[in-house]
Design a protein around this ligand. Structure first.
Ligand code: HEC
Length: 123
């Protein structure tokens, strides 16, 4: 599964180049550094109080779905196709996609959302 995840991250890099600031300039979103930043942002934003997330200490919440096998999940929030662009869109504004969801808008920047998505695809 690891190979699949990497492919998804590379696809994010290609597809998100215009929208999210690109893959050049030495900050390739497919790098380990991006996923590591994503891990730290997950801890900082308390995502684990609502989600189970592999590799994140105390991330054992049951309010939202488990994100432990995230890349194997075909749909995000039951409605969006699971690809990096859609994950970023969801993270930036869950209510825009489902006005009734209890997942809060955490005020992430597109860059932070991309880092988090990269981390989730390592799971
Ligand atoms: C207050 C609880 C809460 C917090 C905090 C929260 N979420 Fe969620 N999240 C949810 C709920 C509930 C859903 C299910 C949404 C739905 O189906 O309407 C969800 C859905 C998701 C999904 C889609 C998962 C799927 O398989 O459908 C992702 C990805 C996600 N959250 C990531 C995050 C990340 C990353 C953070 C931190 C930046 C976070 N969430 C913070 C409650 C939360």
């Amino acid at each position: 599964m690891r190979g699949l995840g990497q492919a998804a991250v590379v696809a994010a890099c290609l597809a998100g180049a215009g929208l999210l600031g690109g893959c050049g300039g030495g900050s390739d979103p497919a790098t380990k550094a991006s996923a590591e930043r994503g891990h730290d942002l997950i801890v900082k934003n308390g995502c684990g109080s609502c989600h189970r997330i592999g590799g994140v200490e105390r991330a054992n919440g049951d309010v939202g779905p488990s994100l432990e096998k995230f890349q194997a999940n075909p749909r995000i929030a039951g409605r969006l196709p699971n690809n990096p662009d859609e994950v970023v869109r969801w993270l930036l504004n869950p209510q825009a996609i489902d006005p009734t969801t209890v997942m809060p808008n955490l005020g992430l920047t597109p860059e932070q959302a991309r880092d988090i998505a990269n981390y989730l695809y390592t799971q």
